[in-house]
Ligand binder design. Structure first.
Ligand code: FAD
Length: 317
C-alpha cells in the first residue's frame, strides 16, 4: 500500500502547489503507516526533482517520454498505471484545471471513489471520512468513501508546507503508452508574464474601472509589486481583458498570498475563485460592497485616486 502524489509542472518547473501536495500526502501516509511516492510526467529540470526530496517522497517516479501532447487520456492512463504498480490506495491531485481533468479519469480507471475540493486531512481512515468544500466554498461537507482505492483533489492553500526530508530516489517509470486521442497542432505561449494560478501576488480589477483604457494604473501597480493581473468576469466578457485573467467560479481558481480586488463588487461567483487567498485587500467606493465581507483589509475610496497614491507609496517604500 502507498500514497501517490501527482505533481504538475510548467515549463520544466514544479508548480508551487506541489510542495503543499507532498506535505499533505506525507501526513496521510504517516497516519496510514505507508510510504509516499511522487509522480512527475513530462520534462522537468534535474534540480527541480532534487527540491522534492525536502518534502518527503520516498521515491519520485518520472517519465518524460511523449507527454507533450496535452492529452488527458494519456496522462490519466500513465497515472493509473503508476498507481497500480505501486499499489497506491490513495492518489492525490491538486484541485485546479489539470487536477479536475485528470482525477475523474483516474478514478474511473482505478474504480476508486473521488472527493474533490478536499480541505483537510481525513477525519477518520476506517471508515474513510473527509472534509470538502461545497457550494462555491460557502459550506463544508463530510464525505464517506467506501471504495478501497481513493482519489483526492486538494483545495489550494489549505495545508501548510512542511519540510520533511526523505530519500526521494528518482526512478524511471516504465509505461505502456496510450496513443494520444488528440493532437495539438500548435500552441501560443504567453511569455514574460507570471502564471496567474501560481502567482503569490495578484492585482485584480473589475467593472469599477469603467473601461479597458483605464487598466494602465492596474498594470503599473502589478509591476511595482511583481504581481500577476486578474479581472472579474464581465471585464473579460466585454473584451476589456483577456479571458486568461478571468477569476471566479467560471474562471480560474487562485490562491495567492495577496489578492487586491479593485472596483470589484464581490459577487459569490467571484469570491468562489479567490476565497483561498491568504490575504484579501479590497478597494471600492461603496462601503456596503459585499467584497468587504470577504476582505481582510479594505479601503473605501475612488480607485482612480487611491491606486496612483498606493502605487507611489509602494514605490517609495
Ligand atoms: C453562472 C454565473 C457564473 C459567474 N461566474 C463569474 C466568475 O467566475 N467570476 C466573476 O467575477 N463573476 C462571475 N459571474 C458574474 C458575477 O455574478 C458578477 O456579475 C460579477 O462578478 C461582477 O463583476 P464586477 O464586480 O467587476 O462588477 P460590478 O458588480 O458592476 O461591481 C463594480 C464595483 O466597482 C465599484 N466601483 C465603481 N466605481 C468605482 C471606483 N471609481 N472606485 C472604486 N470602486 C468602484 C462599485 O461600487 C462596485 O462594487 C458569474 C455570474 C453567473 C450568473
Amino acid at each position: 500500500m502507498s500514497v501517490l502524489v501527482y505533481l504538475e509542472n510548467w515549463d520544466g518547473k514544479f508548480k508551487k502547489v506541489s510542495f503543499e501536495l507532498l506535505s499533505y500526502g506525507k501526513k496521510i501516509a504517516e497516519d496510514m503507516g505507508v510510504p509516499m511516492f511522487a509522480l512527475s510526467l513530462g520534462k522537468v529540470d534535474a534540480s527541480e526533482l532534487e527540491t522534492l526530496k525536502t518534502y518527503g517522497p520516498e521515491k519520485i517516479f518520472v517519465n518524460d517520454n511523449g507527454f507533450d501532447s496535452l492529452d488527458n487520456e494519456m496522462y490519466a492512463s500513465a497515472i493509473s498505471q503508476a498507481a497500480e504498480k505501486e499499489d497506491a490506495t490513495l492518489v492525490v491531485f491538486s484541485q485546479d484545471n489539470v487536477g479536475n481533468a485528470l482525477a475523474g479519469r483516474v478514478a474511473v480507471r482505478l474504480k476508486a471513489g473521488l472527493v474533490s475540493a478536499v480541505s483537510a486531512i481525513p477525519i477518520s481512515y476506517d471508515p474513510f471520512i473527509i472534509k470538502k468544500k461545497v457550494y462555491t466554498n460557502k459550506v463544508f461537507g463530510h464525505v464517506k468513501v467506501n471504495t478501497a482505492k481513493k482519489i483526492l483533489s486538494l483545495s489550494k492553500n489549505t495545508f501548510e508546507i512542511i519540510e520533511n526530508a526523505a530519500a526521494g530516489v528518482v526512478e524511471e517509470l516504465a509505461l505502456d503508452h496510450a496513443e494520444p486521442k488528440t493532437k495539438v497542432e500548435s500552441t501560443d505561449k504567453v511569455t514574460g508574464k507570471l502564471l496567474l494560478t501560481d502567482a503569490e501576488l495578484v492585482v485584480s480589477a473589475g467593472r469599477g474601472m469603467k473601461g479597458p483604457e483605464n487598466w494602465g494604473m492596474i498594470e503599473e501597480l502589478a509591476e511595482t509589486l511583481g504581481a500577476a493581473t486578474a479581472c472579474s468576469r464581465p471585464c473579460s466578457d466585454e473584451g476589456w481583458r483577456p479571458h486568461t485573467e478571468h477569476v471566479g467560479q467560471t474562471g480560474k481558481i487562485i490562491a495567492p498570498n495577496l489578492y487586491i480586488a479593485i472596483g470589484i463588487s464581490g459577487a459569490i461567483q467571484h469570491i468562489g475563485g479567490i476565497s483561498n487567498s491568504k490575504c484579501i485587500v479590497a478597494i471600492n467606493k461603496d462601503p456596503d460592497a459585499p467584497i468587504f465581507e470577504a476582505a481582510d483589509y479594505g479601503i473605501v475610496g475612488d480607485a482612480f485616486k487611491v491606486i496612483p497614491e498606493l502605487n507611489e507609496a509602494l514605490k517609495n517604500a
